[in-house]
Structure formats: structure tokens, C-alpha cells
Ligand binder design. Structure first.
Ligand code: HSE
Length: 377
């Protein structure tokens, strides 16, 4: 089986390295040898050990009937969207780590894959190396999923953990996360919560069965978190975490949002540190189940990509169709969810009682409407 890799950044190069390192066990599990025939990247591969695989252009891959499966690790919408559609229409299976593409065009691409009798698999798009797409679509398939709550971005979790534990400032922690290959090409997508938003949209679409679009989800990042907040959290047995949350309200409607939270140390998510991601899922049969592991980085993400390749090869003629329907309406913000709130206003910091809206309480208790507020989990 001949494979092509589109995009040779952190994830693409990790995939090639993993194929190389574990080729014998990968072949045994896939039932045949898997060979990377082409690698396509805008950068030259001339100085890498992969120079003999360099493709001239995308058409060379598209038109080569030997290539049955394409790994898309370019990231972003363009040209990944166009390349993916053309590969699926050419009846080539596609495996991806591209959360932005799946979150934005997942329903269309899954439908296209189905129509062309090929697989479109994206285990690596959420949680890096953590198995989460397959568990939701297969192992938990008998459940109605009621709620998903997750730390879904390794970069921000690394930053918040470093600031709390080693006292480094925000910029230094971000530089470390970038050096380790965790951050997006533009780390604003991590910091501003958009990466978490794309991932919770994928999990919610898969769980609730209809497409939830990232641009419809209320999203807040970690830019407003200060060392004062982190200090308060430590002293009062909390940890600050960027959480993506999706709650089923009825069969048509879901509440989906992304925001930093004060998480009690007794909550399992408080102990998910560094680049690790943690996801809790509540199903009506299983109750709560938790997934934990490395959420970013070359090898953890390559682990999920290569597993999808093996799965696609094993089910080459008996396809596994992941799917969800078109959108049934916009998700709603969490206005009706009552929680305690953490408030910071100048030097004043406190936790409120359980409230849906903190503003009336704040004005009666000496806090202004300009206070910074975070939900408590
Ligand atoms: N930038 C992402 C993160 C990469 O930090 O989680 C993995 O999706």
C-alpha cells in the first residue's frame, strides 16, 4: 500500500518518523507493508532523509493510481480543504490531524467520503494521542452523550501549569510551548481559545449527531488570566484551566462554549497538567468516563494518525463511516448554567455563591461590572 503525506511540519514529520521506527509492527497490524511514496511540502526536503520522497506537486499525488491513502497534516483550511475534496473524489482514503478543517467542513467531507466509498478519519484532530474519536463513535455508541467537558489544548495547559508551578511569565511559557512543537503556527489560535473551540465542536458534532460550527460558539481564551488569578487559585485549592464544554439540552439543541475556569482540586480535570489533555464524557448508560494523555506534540499526534492509517487499511473494502448530519441550529451560550463564579476587581478576589449571572451579586457586594469573571467547576 502506497501512501502520500501532505504537509511536513511537526505532525507530518512525526508521522514519517513513526512509520520508519515501527514499520515491522505497523505492517503486521495492517496486514501488509505500508510505504510512504510521496511527501509534499512548500519547504524543500533536500536536506532531510526524506528527499527521495519529495513530490513535485499535488497533481503528481492525485494522479498516481498507486497512492490509495493520503495523510493530510497541512493544517488550516486552505489548501487542505481543496486537496482533501479532490483526494476523496479520486477515491483515495484520507487521514487527517486537521481540526480546523474537520470542525468547519466535517459534515461535507464525511458525506463526500461516503459517496466515494472511502474513509475520512481524524482521530488525531482532538486530544493529540488520546483515543477519543473512536471511543465516542464506537465504544460509547450505545449511550446518549449528555455532556463533554475537556482540557483540549496542550499549549494553554502548558502555559497555565508553568506559570503556576515554576512562576515563569506568560511569554516565556509560550516560547517553551512553541519550542516543544505544541503551539499552532499562529499561537493566537491556542491563546484565544479557537483551537479548543474547534475540538469541542468536533466532539459535540460526533456525540450529538449534527454539525456544530466553531464560529457559532462563544469562545474566550486565556489572555486575561493574570499571576494574581493563578496565585489565588493555588492558595484556595483550585487550578485555572481552559475548558471546552458541550451539554445536550434536547435532541436539537446543545449548549457549547469555551472559557477559562477555576477548577476545584477535587475535580479530576484540575490534575491534568503540562501538555496533557483530559476529557470527561457523561453518557446515559456508562455515567462519567475520562480520557487522559498527551494532547500535542509530534509523536503523540503521529500515534493517532498512524493508528487511523492502519484502521483504514484493515477496513479498506468494509469502510467505517463516521458521520453527523447538517446543522440543526446554532448552539446556545451557557447563560442558564448556574455555577459559582470567581471575581477579580482590582485587588479584590472572591468566589460567589452558585449563580447564572454574577453581575447582580457583584453590584450588591462591592464588585463592579468591569470585574473579571470565571466560572468555577
Ligand atoms: N496547538 C495544539 C495544542 C496542537 O496545543 O493542543 C494539538 O492540537
Amino acid at each position: 500500500m502506497k501512501i502520500a503525506v501532505l504537509g511536513f511540519g511537526v505532525v507530518g514529520s512525526g508521522v514519517a518518523e513513526l512509520f520508519d521506527k515501527n514499520c515491522a509492527s505497523i505492517a503486521r497490524k495492517a496486514g501488509q507493508d505500508l510505504k510512504i511514496k510521496y511527501i509534499l511540502d512548500i519547504r524543500s526536503l533536500a536536506d532531510t532523509p526524506w528527499r527521495d520522497k519529495a513530490a513535485c506537486d499535488f497533481e503528481q499525488i492525485l494522479l498516481d493510481p498507486d497512492v490509495c491513502l493520503v495523510i493530510e497534516t497541512i493544517g488550516g483550511l486552505n489548501p487542505a480543504y481543496d486537496y482533501t475534496k479532490r483526494c476523496l473524489m479520486a477515491k483515495k482514503h484520507v487521514v487527517t490531524s486537521n481540526k480546523e478543517l474537520v470542525a468547519t467542513h466535517g459534515e461535507e467531507l464525511l458525506t463526500l467520503a461516503h459517496a466515494n466509498n472511502v474513509n475520512y478519519l481524524f482521530e488525531a484532530s482532538v486530544g493529540g494521542g488520546i483515543p477519543i474519536i473512536r471511543p465516542i463513535s464506537q465504544c460509547l455508541a450505545a449511550n446518549n452523550i449528555d455532556e463533554i467537558c475537556g482540557i483540549l489544548n496542550g499549549t494553554t495547559n502548558y502555559i497555565l501549569t508553568s506559570m503556576g508551578e515554576t512562576g515563569v511569565d506568560f511569554d516565556e511559557a509560550l516560547t517553551q510551548a512553541q519550542a516543544k512543537g505544541y503551539a499552532e503556527a499562529n499561537p493566537a489560535a491556542d491563546i484565544q481559545g479557537h483551537d479548543t473551540c474547534r475540538k469541542i465542536c468536533i466532539l459535540a458534532s460526533l456525540s450529538f449527531g449534527h454539525h456544530i460550527y466553531p464560529d457559532k460558539v462563544q469562545t474566550q481564551g486565556i489572555e486575561q488570566i493574570t499571576s494574581q488569578d493563578i496565585q489565588y487559585a493555588k492558595e484556595n485549592n483550585f487550578a485555572i484551566k481552559l475548558i471546552g464544554r458541550a451539554k445536550r439540552l434536547d435532541n436539537q439543541t446543545a449548549c457549547v462554549y469555551v472559557a477559562p475556569h477555576m477548577v476545584k482540586n477535587s475535580n479530576v480535570l484540575a490534575n491534568v497538567s503540562d501538555v496533557f489533555n483530559g476529557i470527561t464524557i457523561n453518557g446515559d448508560a456508562i455515567g462519567e468516563v475520562m480520557f487522559y494523555g498527551r494532547g500535542a506534540g509530534a509523536m503523540p499526534t503521529a500515534s493517532a494518525v498512524v493508528a487511523d492509517v492502519i484502521d483504514a487499511v484493515k477496513h479498506f473494502h468494509a469502510h467505517k463511516y463516521l458521520s453527523w448530519e447538517k446543522s440543526t441550529g446554532d448552539p446556545v451560550p451557557p447563560n442558564d448554567i448556574a455555577t459559582p463564579w470567581y471575581l477579580r476587581d482590582g485587588n479584590k478576589q472572591t468566589i460567589t455563591p452558585t449563580l447564572t449571572d454574577w453581575k447582580p451579586w457583584a453590584s450588591e457586594n462591592g464588585f463592579s461590572e468591569a470585574a473579571f469573571a470565571m466560572r468555577v467547576l
